[in-house]
Design a protein. Structure first.
Length: 318
């Protein structure tokens, strides 16, 4: 199976690296600076599950894509999706399966519009990882699950073929016949955590210490009602895991979205929170905190855009 991993950041670098370790036919679709970095230093992953060291991993630039792949794993940020689609489109042929690992649901709509429903799989990754300035991937805990499946819930030959390709890799591969349910449950978890920690500018442990965990739990209620309105009410087990994560004393857990804000970076706020609100517009009259969290993120993005626009003027004045 020929596999194209779109991106060699924290997510793509980790799972693509594990597949390379398992001697799968993997190439990374990257931009020129990352290609140069990988050629010079190799793909480096530090992980409690075992480090990865791949000298000169196979890479390809978008303008050099010449053939189709059996599987395209999309591991980009939501705000880069349009550019990413344009980059990997030449790799998609009649039999290509596309496996996106983005959070939320909206990317499925966009990928279906561009490539058709039949090519698309559902997927999600459960992992905490980051990309260091030197290009090294840091795997931060022992979670490294990649779940995937047909959107209609069937068990297909291509899912079995992907499962076979993933089987020897050193991560938890989970073919699923309930992938949309799993994606919605993860979305509820991430939207709740992102709303609570970015709205309060605090970690979970800080919220608990301040006696403000009820804010996080009410956000969980709001997100769960919207998911149920769309036919994907979170299971009791999923809700239990999220409640436990939101009320853990001393926890340093924050959403990556808050990390983005504190670094002055773009966020996936509209993809994670805005789309959630749009899908729940008519579901409940008592959704209060989620719109507030989304408004706060929109305000941040507006300020960031204004400051970026002013930066060339400041440099000229200096």
């Amino acid at each position: 199976m020929r596999i194209l991993v779109v991106g060699a950041g924290a997510l793509g670098g980790y799972f693509g690296g594990r597949l390379l370790q398992a001697r799968q036919d993997v190439s990374f679709l990257v931009r020129q600076p990352r290609a140069v970095q990988l050629a010079a230093h190799g793909l480096l992953v530090d992980s409690p599950a075992g480090d990865i060291r791949v000298a000169s991993p196979p890479t390809v630039l978008a303008h050099k894509l010449r053939s189709h792949y059996d599987l395209v794993i999309v591991a980009c940020k939501a705000y880069d999706l349009e550019a990413t689609i344009a980059a990997f489109a030449p790799a998609v042929g009649p039999q290509t399966a596309i496996l996106p690992l983005l959070n939320g649901i909206r990317h499925l709509d966009r990928l279906t519009e561009r490539f058709g429903y039949a090519r698309l799989l559902g997927g999600l990754a459960v992992i905490s990882a980051s990309l260091a300035d030197d290009g090294r991937v840091k795997h931060l805990n022992r979670d490294h699950t990649l779940a995937f499946g047909e959107l209609d819930g069937t068990r297909s030959e291509r899912v079995d073929a992907i499962a076979a390709a993933f089987a020897a890799a050193r991560f938890d591969s989970q073919p699923s016949e309930r992938i949309l349910q799993a994606m919605w449950e993860k979305w509820v978890h991430i939207a709740t955590l992102a709303s609570a920690t970015s709205l309060m500018r605090a970690s979970v442990g800080d919220l608990v210490q301040a006696g403000a965990q009820d804010v996080a739990l009410e956000l969980l209620n709001e997100c769960s009602r919207i998911a149920a309105h769309n036919g994907f009410a979170p299971s009791p087990e999923a809700l239990g895991r999220t409640r436990a994560a939101l009320t853990a004393p001393g926890s340093t857990l924050v959403a990556s979205l808050l990390d983005d804000i504190e670094r002055g970076a773009p966020t996936e706020g509209d993809h994670i929170l805005g789309d959630f609100l749009r899908r729940g517009r008519w579901s409940t009259a008592d959704t209060v905190l989620l719109p507030l969290a989304h408004a706060q993120l929109r305000s941040y993005e507006a300020r960031r855009a204004r400051e970026l626009a002013a930066e060339p003027v400041r440099r000229l004045a200096a």
